[in-house]
Design a protein around this ligand. Structure first.
Ligand code: HEM
Length: 491
């Protein structure tokens, strides 16, 4: 045991001396003082990270670096430096760090989110652009979204009129069922009835979510992996095996019903023509990616938007007026109306500006040495872009802390100066789907219900823990079915 400990200390010292020698010859971005032996700046990583990074950037400047164990992290917090990352350095920074979770949950770094930049990732991006995210494919799944939103409204109408309602669970069910129906043609949350298989699947996904974020020390101290510190890998391997078996069962079931319009069926048809490329692994990995990145991101965005609107009732009123004018008062808002609802779109842009569901985007990794804002960024550095801070930067945004959808007037869907979906090659491929789901759900909630805060106090807008920046306190509000709502949903 003593010999192992000596060996570990020797290896770490060697790595640190090599790093020190290397960096002394480079103009690295400024770094906080002090950096603790071995730990470096790990002790500074307090949640929420985007706020910690903003405070550090106020002292150190818009590009600074941290040493986290054996790794270097560069944090970018200005619009100009972020643009440099995704234009001049876009290819170099299109890589992802290999965190342990990617091995077990991302099928050995083959998921669309975690795969290294290269031919494999490019072909996956192309495949998903046509088979999942194209307008034609999204249109073909439109009835699912309408159906799920209608079910959410009916469910909410049964709760309305009570002292207060919570919408977080309903929104999670909406986005989860929407993806599950697109993927496999079945709902996993239902109103009233529930089954064991769905319960088990939800449990697995919840476990997987709990391992997200920067929570694993061994990612920064690879030596800890030699003895599986805290048994993280053993646990992840167990979860991964359970998840894999469940996903395989979904695929097998779809194989028996090969005539449906589901993502699995489309991928299985491709597998028939090219089994070498469209392996079961790729299909399972795509399913789990869709569920992990395509559900919470959209549901938290609707919850933030509703919270901001409850604190700004005149803006809620303005949105309802627009909906009544465009949609009329005898039918439910549909996806095809979204293009004509510019104020609703502005509300979504403003929500994504103030409350981006990926406040630090997804970590990037430099595949070779590069320069950002004149500083040397070494190969292998993790690069984080603080979109949350950039979107509140007073040098770019007028009155940045205020919720003002009007600032996006005339910019249409997906305002160009927002970073919430990232930029460049690794930007979010699901933004089109997200806009449809968020727009439809939010628009229908405004159309069909009268909303009010529980009391005069403003809705709390602090952010809680979690990869997708959920609200710290779930939104509670009073709601009553509106006149239009009574006409268009079965109450
Ligand atoms: C409001 C909702 C959403 C937000 C704010 C969001 C934001 C983001 C961001 C910031 C990134 C990383 C960009 C970067 O690396 O710099 C990302 C990546 C990604 N998103 Fe989204 N996203 C949302 C919804 C969705 C949905 C609905 C899906 C699919 C069902 C999706 C699929 C993905 C995938 C697959 C990636 C990885 C892309 C790659 O690495 O090549 N996202 N998203």
């Amino acid at each position: 045991m003593e010999a192992t400990l000596l060996y570990i200390l020797f290896s770490l010292s060697f790595i640190l001396i090599t790093l020190k020698f290397y960096y002394s010859r480079k103009k690295l971005p400024p770094t906080p003082f002090p950096s603790l032996p071995l730990l470096g700046h790990l002790h500074l990583l307090k949640f929420p990270l985007h706020r910690t990074f903003l405070n550090l950037s106020r002292k150190l400047g818009p590009v600074f670096s941290l040493r986290l164990g054996t790794r270097v992290m560069v944090v970018v917090s200005s619009p100009a430096a972020a643009e440099e990352c995704f234009t001049k350095n876009d290819i170099i920074l299109a890589n992802r760090p290999r965190f342990i979770i990617g091995k077990y949950i991302g099928y050995n770094y083959t998921s669309l989110v975690g795969a290294p930049y290269g031919d494999y990732w490019r072909s996956l991006r192309r495949l998903t652009a046509t088979e999942i995210f194209s307008s034609a494919r999204l249109n073909s799944f439109q009835s699912i979204r309408h159906d799920e939103v209608r079910l959410m409204l009916e469910n909410l109408s049964r709760k309305s009129g009570h002292a207060s309602v919570e919408i977080r669970q309903l929104l999670s069910e909406l986005t989860f069922n929407n993806i599950m129906r697109m993927v496999a043609g079945k709902r996993y949350f239902s109103v009233g009835e529930d089954d064991e298989e769905a319960e088990e699947f939800r449990g697995i996904i919840k476990e997987v979510f709990s391992y997200g974020g920067v929570s694993n020390l061994a990612d920064f101290f690879p030596v800890l992996r030699w003895f599986d510190y805290k048994g993280v890998e053993k646990n992840l391997a167990k979860i991964s095996a359970k998840m894999d078996a469940t996903l395989q069962a979904l695929i097998d079931e779809q194989r028996r019903h090969s005539d449906g319009n589901t993502m699995i069926n489309h991928l299985l048809a491709l597998q028939n023509s090219d089994p070498e490329y469209y392996t079961e692994e790729i299909i399972k990995c795509l399913i789990v990616t869709m569920l992990l990145v395509g559900t919470d991101t959209s549901s938290v965005t609707v919850e933030w938007a509703m919270s901001a609107l409850l604190n700004n009732p005149e803006k809620m009123k303005k949105a309802r007026k627009e909906i009544d004018r465009v949609v009329g008062n005898d039918r439910l808002l549909q996806e095809s109306d979204l293009h004509n609802l510019s104020y609703l779109q502005n509300i979504i842009s403003e929500t994504l500006r103030l409350f981006p569901a990926a406040p630090l985007l997804v970590p990037h990794e430099a595949s070779s040495d590069c320069k950002i804002a004149g500083y040397d960024v070494p190969r292998g550095a993790i690069v984080m872009v603080n979109a949350w801070a950039i979107q509140r930067d007073p040098s770019v945004w007028d009155d940045p802390e205020t919720f003002k959808p009007e600032r996006f007037q005339g910019e249409g869907i997906g305002a160009p100066n927002l970073l919430a979906f990232g930029m460049g090659r690794r930007a979010c491929p699901g933004s089109g789907l997200a806009h449809r789901v968020v727009g439809l759900a939010l628009g229908c909630l405004i159309q069909c219900f009268e909303w009010e805060r529980v009391d005069e106090r403003l809705v709390d807008l602090s952010e809680g823990k979690g990869a997708s920046m959920p609200k710290n306190v779930p939104l509670e509000a009073k709601c009553k079915v509106s006149d239009v709502g009574r006409r268009v949903i079965s109450v």
